[in-house]
Design a binder for this molecule. Structure first.
Ligand code: 5GP
Ligand code: ZN
Length: 112
C-alpha cells in the first residue's frame, strides 16, 4: 500500500481538495489547528523537505501553489503560517512532504 497522501492523490482516500495543478494538490487537514488549515503536497512522493529539495523546481512549484492559493483568497489577507515538520522531534506523522498553511486566528509564537 502507498502512503496515505499518495492514496489521497489517487482518489482512493477522500479529502476536501481546495487547489490542484499539474504538480501540486492541496486539501483540508482532517484535524485543523485553526479555522483554515490546508496541506500542500507535491503529486510526486518525497518523504520530507530534504529529499524534495533535491528535485529541481519541486519546492518552487509547491510554494508557487501556496502563493496562488493565498493571493486569490480573502481569508489570508491578514497573513498565514506555513509549517513543514521534519522527523520525529518535529512530530512529522505523514512521510510525504507537506506544507501546512494555517490561518483564521491569531497564531502564537514560538509554536509548541
Ligand atoms: P505532520 O504531523 O506530518 O506535519 O502533519 C500531518 C497532517 O496530516 C496532520 O495535521 C493530520 O491532521 C493530517 N492528516 C492525517 N491523516 C489525514 C487524512 O486522512 N486526511 C487529511 N485530510 N488529513 C490528514
Ligand atoms: Zn506519498
Amino acid at each position: 500500500m502507498d502512503c496515505l497522501f499518495c492514496e489521497i492523490i489517487k482518489g482512493n482516500i477522500p479529502a476536501e481538495l481546495v487547489y490542484e495543478d499539474e504538480k501540486v494538490i492541496a486539501f483540508k487537514d482532517i484535524n485543523p489547528a485553526a479555522p483554515h488549515h490546508v496541506l500542500f503536497i507535491p503529486r510526486e512522493h518525497y518523504n520530507n523537505i530534504n529529499s524534495a529539495s533535491k528535485k529541481d523546481g519541486l519546492m518552487e512549484s509547491v510554494f508557487k501553489a501556496i502563493d496562488t492559493y493565498t493571493s486569490d483568497n480573502e481569508i489570508f489577507k491578514d497573513g498565514y503560517r506555513s509549517v513543514i515538520n521534519t522527523g520525529k522531534c518535529a512530530m512529522q506523522t505523514v512521510e510525504h512532504l507537506h506544507v501546512h498553511v494555517i490561518a483564521g486566528r491569531d497564531l502564537a509564537w514560538p509554536p509548541g
